[in-house]
Write a protein that binds this ligand. Structure first.
Ligand code: ADP
Ligand code: ADP
Length: 233
């Protein structure tokens, strides 16, 4: 079973002004171990798609399966539980809890998932080491650079070993050094088997993926597996 599957997803935003038809019928399947980038211009609907796939917003119609499990009838509470177990999310603006230390930010999702404090601490230590953040445990997010905050956010997203990592413009507020760093880290986690769905308008970041989906006007315009061996005929 795919880690994630979506069928006929549709979402229209009703804000001020004309309704925005952000996602207009999307079919998508992400297999275990894939690194998929969804790329396209600003306003194409990429972020909305990611929010639907992570259960952060609800689709108007269509279906989403997580590890083969249909999520359509999930309550908000059920989505929150399944998300905590199965999906790590990183955002453009990190979304760290500003009044919690780095260590507490990373441990929180583990504690919320029922992991023992001791185990949460061990997971946190390992991830922060791996991400080059040793010594920053007691810092507050606001004391860190953007690149460091995004690494903390990555640690938080991965602390429960989720089968799926969703990344929404993870380099969108970083400089070129931070962008290279995020690219390198996503590539490294992918090489270790992490399934990743990345949404970005940044072509360089997208090229780190092994499958690039071009998104335009709420629809998939192209879906290309890089290095794909052509089928034999
Ligand atoms: P992208 O991530 O590709 O830039 P978005 O999904 O953010 O695209 O936006 C797609 C369209 O939906 C845009 O026209 C945007 O203005 C609109 N939109 C996104 N979020 C909302 C919202 N919460 N309320 C109203 N309109 C929205
Ligand atoms: P919820 O109760 O909706 O699960 P939390 O209080 O657990 O939310 O999440 C706190 C912050 O972490 C929020 O900004 C939320 O967007 C973000 N978040 C929620 N789930 C995840 C996740 N699986 N990985 C990373 N960040 C998350």
């Amino acid at each position: 079973t795919p880690v994630l599957r979506a069928k006929d997803l549709v979402k229209t935003h009703h804000g001020e002004g004309a309704p925005a038809r952000a996602v207009r019928g999307v079919d998508l399947s992400v297999r275990r171990g894939e690194f998929v980038a969804v790329t396209g211009p600003s306003g194409a609907g990429k972020s909305t798609l990611l929010h639907l796939l992570g259960g952060l917003q609800r689709q108007d119609s269509g279906s989403i399966w997580l590890d083969g499990m249909c999520t359509d009838r999930f309550s908000e509470a059920r989505w929150a539980t399944e998300r905590r177990r199965r999906i790590g999310i990183v955002f453009q603006f990190f979304n760290l809890v500003s009044n919690l230390s780095v260590a507490d930010n990373v441990e929180l999702p583990a504690l919320l998932a029922g992991v023992s404090p001791k185990q949460a601490r061990a997971e946190r230590e390992q991830l922060l080491d791996e991400l080059g953040l040793q010594g920053k445990e007691r810092s507050m997010p606001g004391e860190l650079s953007g690149g460091e905050q995004q690494r903390v956010a990555l640690a938080r997203a991965l602390v429960n070993h989720p089968p799926l990592l969703l990344a929404d413009e993870p380099a969108g507020s970083l400089d070129s050094k931070g962008t290279r760093e995020v690219t390198r880290l996503l590539t490294r986690f992918h090489q270790r088997g992490q399934t990743i769905l990345l949404v970005t308008h940044d072509a360089r970041l997208a090229s780190a993926a092994d499958r690039v989906i071009s998104f335009f006007d709420g629809r998939i315009a192209d879906d290309a597996e890089l290095d794909r061996v052509p089928p034999r005929g």
